[in-house]
Design a binder for this molecule. Structure first.
Ligand code: LLP
Length: 437
């Protein structure tokens, strides 16, 4: 197998089994059942520290916020809080979970393109560190609410810089035609800043842009930084606007398959720092704090999913379908984005490869295919398929389609396990239902 896929603490042990966090995947599958998501928490910590170290090395003031939409639950928030990370939440539900984790309020950045009154109020009640204001509707509501409550709050203005990162269309958010943010080029962003700086209880601490996800190059960030800082320099004199924070969003790519070639964390960060330093100097701006919001790159390749193999269908001269006991209900990304994954039999990783299998999920939907044409040893009864890099937007986007209960989440580290989320039961599925008769 491609050893590059063995990220973090993953290895192949003496039994030819996949091991993660010092725990044998075959034992994990047996103990927790399948499907099951496993997270290598030591590796998540390594990543959080690598992002922070990259800024520290250059002595640049920064905040690294975990974009928790990638994987949100109590335990991951507790881990991120222990790591002294900032936190990006995008909904009342993510905020509620963060509050349950006692997340330090000043470290929370509240995102979202349609925050309800309840959500804005919950954010104000908890005194979140800042709101990332997405549109005029939100700006005016926040102005009213903060004035009513006589409560000061920090905001970042989210701008759409008109930069398209080279990635799948559905996960690009920086182009002009986007539901997110104030347009930088047509004057809406300027209008927003102009109004916001005069709002009595609103403190505009900076600007935010996010250009997309699963980005493998640095030009997109540089272009966006260029556009944002050029405007900031204009607004400094024209609007008396002082840019204290420049948030360049997330989107740092990870390896899903051998074809993906992500840059080292330090390369992304140092390129961003170089660009900001160069431009602030040229534009005569003070160096702002740089904030980033990685989601996928913190948890994506730290997570794997274990499935058990089941039925097979061989169509001569066409293909071998091999079904597993999960599918689009625990990983919607192949069906939604045509996302590519790879995997191995965790119970015999380096056995000889003799077949190509197309891995089918168990949902009633032809599009429920996890991986096409995966080279594997000839399948035996109850092989354990480990799919790599399922830690981001896997559990977070899981559903109960076909009334399939969501799998559990297990954290592993140093040979120990922690059941972070239990497996849903059939009873859980009916928890909110009332009988008609
Ligand atoms: N900041 C903002 C404002 C974002 O919109 C996002 C992702 C992030 C940070 C984190 O991006 P990351 O570092 O995780 O790429 N469901 C899709 C991804 C949607 C991303 C939405 N925004 C997927 O499964 O690929």
């Amino acid at each position: 197998m491609d050893e590059n896929l063995l990220t973090g603490t993953m290895k192949i042990n003496e039994k030819n089994h996949l091991e993660i966090g010092g725990v044998d995947c075959v034992d994990l599958a047996e103990k927790y059942g399948t499907p099951v998501y496993i997270y290598d928490t030591a590796y998540i910590k390594t990543k959080t520290r690598a992002f922070k170290a990259a800024f520290a090395k250059r002595k640049v003031a920064a905040q690294v916020a975990y974009a928790s939409k990638a994987f949100s639950c109590l335990a991951i928030y507790q881990l991120m809080a222990q790591e002294k990370m900032s936190l990006d939440v995008v909904s009342g539900g993510e905020l509620y979970t963060a509050i349950q984790a006692d997340y330090p309020s000043e470290k929370i950045h509240f995102h979202g393109n349609n925050k309800s009154d309840d959500e804005l109020i919950a954010g104000l009640d908890y005194h979140v560190g800042c709101f990332v204001v997405d549109n005029f509707h939100e700006l005016y509501r926040l102005d009213e609410l903060t004035a009513e409550r006589k409560q000061k709050t920090n905001i970042l203005i989210r701008v759409t810089p008109g930069v398209e990162a080279h990635t799948h269309d559905y996960i690009s958010t920086g182009q002009n035609d986007s539901k997110f943010g104030f347009d930088l080029e047509n004057g809406q962003a300027e209008a927003a800043v102009k109004q916001a700086v005069n709002m009595p209880f609103i403190e505009v601490i900076g600007l935010h842009s996010h250009i997309g996800s699963q980005i493998f190059e640095t030009q997109g960030f540089n272009l966006a930084i260029d556009k944002v800082l050029t405007q900031a320099a204009k607004w400094k004199s024209a609007l008396n606007f002082d840019l204290k924070v420049l948030n360049v969003g997330g989107g740092f790519g990870i390896r899903y398959t051998s074809e993906d070639k992500p840059l080292p964390i330090e390369t992304y960060i140092h390129t961003i720092i170089d660009e900001v330093e160069m431009l602030t100097e040229n534009l005569n701006l003070d160096m702002p704090e740089i904030w980033i919001e990685p989601g996928r790159s913190l948890v994506g390749d730290a997570g794997i999913t274990l499935y058990q193999t089941g039925s097979q269908k061989s169509i001569p001269d066409v293909r071998n379908y091999l079904a597993i006991d999960g599918g689009m209900s625990d990983n919607i990304r192949p069906a939604l984005y045509n996302a590519k994954y790879t995997g191995v039999f965790a119970n015999r990783v380096n056995d000889q490869i003799d077949e190509l299998y197309s891995i089918a999920g168990k949902c009633c939907e032809s599009g429920d295919m996890l991986i096409w044409n995966l080279p594997l040893p000839k399948v035996q009864s109850k092989d354990i398929l480990a799919v790599f890099s399922t830690g981001a937007y896997g559990y977070a986007m899981a559903s109960n389609y076909n009334r399939i209960p969501r799998p559990p989440v297990v954290f592993v580290e140093g040979g120990s396990e922690f059941l972070a989320i239990e497996r849903e039961s059939y009873r859980d599925l009916m928890r909110l239902e009332r009988s008609l008769i």
